[in-house]
Design a protein around this ligand. Structure first.
Ligand code: SF4
Length: 217
């Protein structure tokens, strides 16, 4: 009964224009830090990284790309074959779809957002990166976030969301579209473009999530 009253109140507040942000387990802001002065400085060390076994099988490190003052960051899982080949992030079919989402729904150029992955080297056969690999690689991503200082971070897919938030229990289908606190940024999880290629009916959900992103800018 109490829960029902609370829910009703929240809906009333929302109808009056109040935004409701779900609390994540607080992110230790100290982890989002770097001694580097630029993305380039971080990239130089990542290009020579051998901290995890993915270094052995990669062709290229895929650091990420975008302007240092981007307002939005998109974070995916890891490089695929095209990305490993080219050293560029999100350039395959999923990348083309991501570009369309950015340009047609957010109405901004892909070049104006920052795009990166949870791991910077391709896991063999596109398998999901292991916790060991993510643990080794994620500090680089946190350094990138510390430099870019985005207003909004979009976590693409469950791997992106789970490892960024360290909430390993909530499926992406339950959490997508929520606006969460992440350090000084808002974090919005949504489906990965690769999932959309297999499940085009989920595009409408991502469209709705992108409208939320737009409203936060
Ligand atoms: S995935 Fe990350 S931690 Fe592993 S070798 Fe590549 S850059 Fe280093």
């Amino acid at each position: 009964m109490e829960k029902a009253k609370l829910l009703k109140l929240m809906y009333q507040y929302r109808s009056l224009g109040f935004e409701y942000f779900k609390e994540l387990k607080p992110i230790d802001k100290k982890l989002i830090s770097t001694s580097a002065n630029s993305l380039h400085e971080i990239e130089l060390k990542v290009q020579n990284c051998h901290l995890c076994p993915l270094a052995k099988s990669r062709k290229n490190v895929v650091f990420g790309e975008g302007p240092q003052n981007a307002k939005i960051m998109f974070i995916g899982e890891g490089p695929g074959a095209n990305e490993d080949e080219s050293g560029r992030v999100f350039v395959g079919r999923a990348g083309q779809l991501l570009t369309k989402i950015i340009e047609n729904v957010l109405n901004i150029k892909r070049e104006s957002v920052y795009i990166a992955n949870i791991v910077k080297c391709r896991p063999p056969n596109n398998r999901v990166p292991t916790l060991e690999e993510v643990t080794a690689c994620k500090p680089y991503l946190l350094e990138q976030i510390a430099i870019v200082k985005p207003k909004v971070i979009v976590a693409l897919g469950s791997t992106g969301y789970h490892h960024l938030s360290e909430d390993y229990n909530t499926p992406i289908s339950k959490i997508r579209g929520e606006i969460l606190e992440y350090g000084d940024a808002k974090l919005i999880p949504t489906y990965h473009p690769s999932f959309l290629l297999r499940n085009p009916s989920a595009k409408k959900d991502v469209f709705a999530d992108m409208l939320k992103v737009k409203n936060l800018l």
